[in-house]
Design a binder for this molecule. Structure first.
Ligand SMILES: [Zn+2]
Length: 379
């Protein structure tokens, strides 16, 4: 994993590389970023940069023996620790029992979630864990000589899964052996032991920028321009979510949204009924995507009304639509009410409510919002 393989996050990358090159990279680092922002890929890229035999000022070379070992997560001086479960009743939960599975998981889904990882190893309802046995083994291993090079790296994914046993690691974190780097990759600051948080230097990851996600979807997932931009807007900075959205969004959502609003504004009841009929037959994910996209465009329209259209990163047809919507006579509070109603509809559809009933009720509410008349009590 090269830094250039990590989607966006240019500030974090240049910060880490800069510290390495200035010889000031802390020996205990906490990479903290929400799900899907790329903590794990960034941690692996940093490890690869540390081990690379021919690094440039900005990235590892990607071809030296060390790089290819790190890329396969098989470098002997790279120690991996992540939540695991007991493989059977006789053994403790230890990462090393699951290394082949972890390598495969990261290769397939570098932006995958811990929940997906635990599903991958069939944890079913079992809680993942990073055990005290594992902590002791980490201390032993890191105190051994290096195998291949000068440095040793511990990459611990989700220190939130350490219980109080994590305190076993404190001395190691305070005084790591020479040339040893401890990289913790976390998502929820409040779940990390305070003793660990206070002994590490935090690198915060922001949600990934829309344009970075859109670019990655185009270059790596083969999405076309329009779909990549739509999905990037919906993903809220989460690349894992973006990839999932892309898989479920097999067509352009915009024509349906545009037609729907045209019918609402021109008061075409027949068209609205047709919309409900058609979309109640679609899969739940598609319904949710469409609604989320509608909500998103309405949100843009509200923003444009107050702040102008200077910074809407939307494809041309959507941008025009949003500007038009922002200049309609519909009161801002009614636009807000629509956003609220759509969000509630998504909530109910997610919970397996009858889609047709929900969409029908939503159309009535949206129609009243557009015409500015009060919604009847039973709608
Ligand atoms: Zn290299």
């Amino acid at each position: 994993m090269l830094f250039s393989d990590v989607v966006g996050q240019s500030d974090a990358k240049s910060g880490l590389v800069g510290m390495w090159n200035a010889n000031t990279l802390p020996h205990a680092i906490l990479i903290l970023g929400a799900e899907g922002t790329g903590g794990l890929p960034l941690g692996i890229a940093l490890a690869q940069y540390i081990f690379c035999e021919n690094r440039s000022a900005t990235d590892a070379c990607g071809v030296c023996p060390s790089c290819s070992k790190v890329a396969r997560l098989e470098h002997a001086d790279l120690h991996l620790s992540f939540p695991s479960i007991r493989p059977d009743t006789k053994k403790k939960a230890m990462s090393r029992h699951y290394l082949p599975e972890f390598r495969e998981f990261v290769k397939q889904t570098p932006y995958g979630t811990t929940f997906e990882w635990l599903q991958h190893i069939d944890a079913e309802n079992k809680q993942g864990n990073i055990t005290s046995e594992e902590c002791r083994e980490i201390i032993d291993v890191l105190n051994l000589k290096t195998y291949e090079g000068r440095s040793k790296v511990l990459l611990m994914w989700r220190p939130e899964y350490l219980g109080k046993e994590g305190n076993i690691l404190l001395k190691l974190i305070e005084e790591p052996p020479n040339n040893t780097f401890l990289i913790f990759i976390a998502e929820q600051a409040e779940e990390i032991l305070a003793t660990i948080k206070s002994r590490t230097q935090t690198i915060r990851l922001a949600p990934i920028a829309v344009r970075d996600i859109a670019m990655a979807l185009k270059l790596r997932a083969g999405a076309d321009d329009v779909l990549a931009t739509q999905v990037a807007h919906l993903a809220a900075g989460n690349y894992n979510e973006a990839l999932k959205l892309l898989r479920s969004a097999d067509n352009d959502l915009f024509p349906a949204v545009r037609n729907l609003f045209n019918s609402l504004f021109t008061n075409k009841g027949v068209e609205l009924a047709k919309f409900v009929e058609e979309w109640s037959k679609q899969g739940r994910e598609q319904q949710k995507n469409l609604l989320a996209y509608m909500m998103h465009l309405l949100g843009f329209a509200i923003r444009v009304r107050f702040m102008g259209d200077a910074d809407i990163q939307l494809p041309e047809p959507e941008a025009k639509f949003v500007v038009k919507l922002s200049t309609t006579k519909v009161a801002t509070e009614h636009l807000h009410a629509m956003v609220h109603d759509i969000s509630e509809t998504i909530y109910f559809i997610e919970r397996n409510s009858h889609a047709k009933t929900q969409l029908h009720a939503l159309m009535i509410r949206m129609h009243h919002a557009v015409t500015g008349t009060p919604v009847p009590m039973n709608a």
